[in-house]
Every structure is written in structure tokens, then in C-alpha cells.
Design a protein around this ligand. Structure first.
Ligand code: BGC
Length: 393
């Protein structure tokens, strides 16, 4: 016969097992519930395979999500913002940036959709500049000029990606080292771009670069927006306001003439909110030269400030571009020509997306009266731009 102490031990063992099973069951149920919980508004970041380059390099797509359900997708190829889903005034999400759903289209035919643009965003006349008495030659990939860093600029490089979470924000640190002489530029340039998606629907972009030799640098992001949703027609009804009272007029190859001219009285003046389409067909030589708007605005003020505000009246979506840069290129998508099929499978006609590229002025390396874009060893290039999304009501 078992003693009473043996009985007590057996009972204790049974009770222990019951508690153990209950704890395991509870833990399993929590694990099973976590995906649903993630969908219901916690910030997060996930990674997937997007495609493989012909040389065999694998490209990832990261999805950043904030607590409002806003979602941003970023490729390790070109640091491209592939998709930006934001709510309209009734809470309905749409992807408001132009892009492709596959890697080969980005490689073969992207007009710089969403990418990091460098080493020198925008144009350098005749692909040539002189620094400290030495002349450097760069590719001429835009008529007689150098555009957006050359034939294989930062938009076509594979960036290392390190995801992070900080409070309610999620982000991606992208790094790329451009070797001395790459695309003709002097100095090894160590570059870092941090994308942060905040809990208040902002995409913050912090750029940093250092060099081993004197060089020039001008980095930006080249997202095209359509606040109606990409593939949803033209952007002519978007109301734009730019905080600039001057701009840099261009010659026939879109290189600044060197003049800094007043916008007052011209159809390029956007100090008051105006529909992009209102004056785009004006018979103004600057506008006809660009085939529409394709100009560098000299921003008023200094430091991190609102450069431009865009309101799309039908959806109520609002985009603010906030930057510490001296200039902003407003490009009204004039070269889109209904041949590119975008992310949602629809064609992108002329002026179905616009870009607002924070930057130093085009051709600064050749223009002594423009703010300098020279970076020297020991100095740190830093700049910040924010795309802030909201709605009218
Ligand atoms: C330039 C345009 C160019 C576009 C796409 C913009 O930054 O100003 O002239 O066509 O980029 O490359």
C-alpha cells in the first residue's frame, strides 16, 4: 500500500504536469495570435526576396509598417521607395508613388523611380568639372550632360540594409561605398541613407557621406508621386505650393544659365497654392524648354523647413516636403510617355507623376556663385528630407 507521503508526492506531480500543460497551451495560443495582433496596428518590418540581378545578386524588398497602417516598401537595389501606401481623407489606402512590380523593369527602364540619386543628383554640364585645379570627366548620359550620377549611379547599386525599430518608428539603414574613380568621381565615398517611417506618417531620409579625397556630392531621393494613387491618371489637378521666390533659369539642355532669377510674375511662381496644370502649357520659354516644369527652385529660409505642400483635392491626401537643402527640383513628369507599365499594371502617361527633389543646385561644381557641393576628407556631408503625409480633413 502506498504511504500517505507517496500519495501526496503523486498528487503534486500530477498538479505540476497540469500547470505545465496549461502554461505551454497559453504560450502556444499567444504565438498563434501574434500575426493577427501585428496586422492590427503594431509597427513592424518584414523582408522578402524581390528578384535576382543578372550577375546573381539577390535583391530584397523590406516592408515598413506603422501603427496607422501606412506601409512603405524599400528595395536594396537603388534604395528605391517601391511603394508608399497612405490613407485618403476617408481612411482608404492607396500607393501614391510610381514604380514597378518587378526587378527587371527597374534595371532596364526606370526613369529614376523612387531611387537614391547620386553621387550627383541632377545635371553637371558636359560631364566635366574642375576641383583644386584638376579636371574630372564623367559620363554624358543626358544629351551633352551628366545626369543623376552617370551610367551606373547610386540608383543602380545594391545597398546593404539593416532594419531597426525605435519607439513607434521603424526604419532601414542603407549603406554603400563608392570606390575612388567610380563613374569618374574622385574619392572613395562612404554613403549612408537612413529611411525612417514614423508614427505620424512621415518618411524621414537622413543622408551621410564621407570621402577619402576632395570630391563633389549631391544626394536626393527621386520619388514620383500621384496622390490619387499611382496609375490613376495625370497630376495636373494637384495643388502645389513651393516656398521659393527665386529659381535658376536653364538653357536649352536644362543646365542653369548661372542667373538666380525672381519667380514673381512668371508661370513658374508657386508661392500661392496653384494647380500644376493651370499654367503648364504657358508660352514661357523656360516652361517650353523643360517640356513643362523641370526647374530648380531656390528655397526661401534655412534649416529644416517646409519646402513644398501638395494637396490632391479629390482624395484629400496632402504631401509636405521638408528639407534642409537650398534647392528643390520640381519635375512634372514630362518625359513619361505611356510606355511604362506601373506597379498596378496600368500605363503611366505624360505627367502622371511629379517629383520634388530636394538638392543643391544643378551644375554647382561649375557655377562659382551657387552654394558649394565640395566635400573634403575629414568633413561629413549630412542632409535630411522628410515626406510628410496627411489629409485635408
Ligand atoms: C530631371 C528631369 C529628368 C528626370 C528623370 C529629373 O530630376 O530634372 O529632367 O527627366 O529627373 O530622369
Amino acid at each position: 500500500m502506498p504511504s500517505s507521503s507517496t500519495l501526496t508526492r503523486n498528487r503534486l506531480a500530477i498538479a505540476f504536469r497540469v500547470v505545465l500543460v496549461a502554461v505551454v497551451a497559453l504560450a502556444l495560443s499567444l504565438v498563434a495570435a501574434s500575426p493577427a495582433e501585428a496586422d492590427s496596428g503594431r509597427p513592424g518590418i518584414t523582408k522578402k526576396h524581390f528578384g535576382t540581378l543578372s550577375g546573381g545578386k539577390k535583391i530584397d524588398i523590406y516592408t515598413l509598417r506603422n501603427s496607422n497602417g501606412m506601409r512603405v516598401k524599400i528595395l536594396t537595389y537603388g534604395g528605391i521607395l517601391q511603394s508608399i501606401e497612405v490613407p485618403d481623407s476617408r481612411g482608404r489606402l492607396a500607393n501614391v508613388t510610381l514604380g514597378f512590380d518587378n526587378l527587371s523593369d527597374y534595371v532596364a527602364k526606370s526613369p529614376y523611380f523612387g531611387c537614391i540619386t547620386g553621387r550627383y543628383a541632377n545635371r553637371i554640364a558636359k560631364g566635366r568639372f574642375t576641383l583644386d585645379g584638376k579636371t574630372y570627366r564623367l559620363a554624358t548620359n543626358d544629351g551633352p550632360n551628366h545626369l543623376h550620377g552617370g551610367t551606373k549611379g547610386f540608383d543602380k547599386k545594391v545597398w546593404r540594409a539593416d532594419p531597426f525599430r525605435r519607439g513607434g518608428s521603424v526604419g532601414l539603414v542603407l549603406t554603400y561605398t563608392s570606390r575612388n574613380g567610380e563613374e569618374g568621381y574622385p574619392g572613395t565615398l562612404r554613403t549612408r541613407v537612413v529611411y525612417t517611417l514614423t508614427s505620424d506618417n512621415r518618411i524621414r531620409m537622413d543622408y551621410r557621406a564621407t570621402t577619402s579625397r576632395p570630391t563633389v556630392v549631391n544626394l536626393t531621393n527621386h520619388a514620383y508621386f500621384n496622390l490619387r494613387g499611382e496609375g490613376n491618371g495625370r497630376i495636373l489637378g494637384h495643388e502645389l505650393q513651393i516656398n521659393a521666390s527665386r529659381y535658376t533659369p536653364v538653357d536649352t539642355t536644362l543646365i542653369p544659365t548661372g542667373r538666380i532669377a525672381r519667380l514673381g510674375g512668371t508661370p513658374l511662381d508657386f508661392r500661392e497654392p496653384t494647380a500644376i496644370g493651370d499654367r503648364i502649357n504657358s508660352n514661357n520659354t523656360q516652361i517650353t524648354r523643360g517640356g513643362g516644369y523641370d526647374h530648380n527652385y531656390v528655397l526661401d529660409g534655412r534649416g529644416l523647413r517646409t519646402a513644398a505642400t501638395v494637396v490632391e483635392p479629390d482624395s484629400g491626401r496632402v504631401l509636405k516636403v521638408i528639407t534642409d537643402q537650398p534647392g528643390l527640383q520640381f519635375y512634372s513628369g514630362n518625359f513619361l510617355d505611356n510606355t511604362l507599365r506601373g506597379t498596378s499594371g496600368r500605363l503611366y502617361p505624360k505627367r502622371s507623376g511629379f517629383a520634388l527633389e530636394s538638392q543643391h543646385f544643378p551644375d554647382s561644381p561649375n557655377q562659382a556663385n551657387f552654394p558649394s557641393t565640395v566635400l573634403r576628407p575629414g568633413d561629413v556631408y549630412r542632409t535630411t528630407t522628410i515626406y510628410a503625409f496627411s489629409t485635408t480633413s
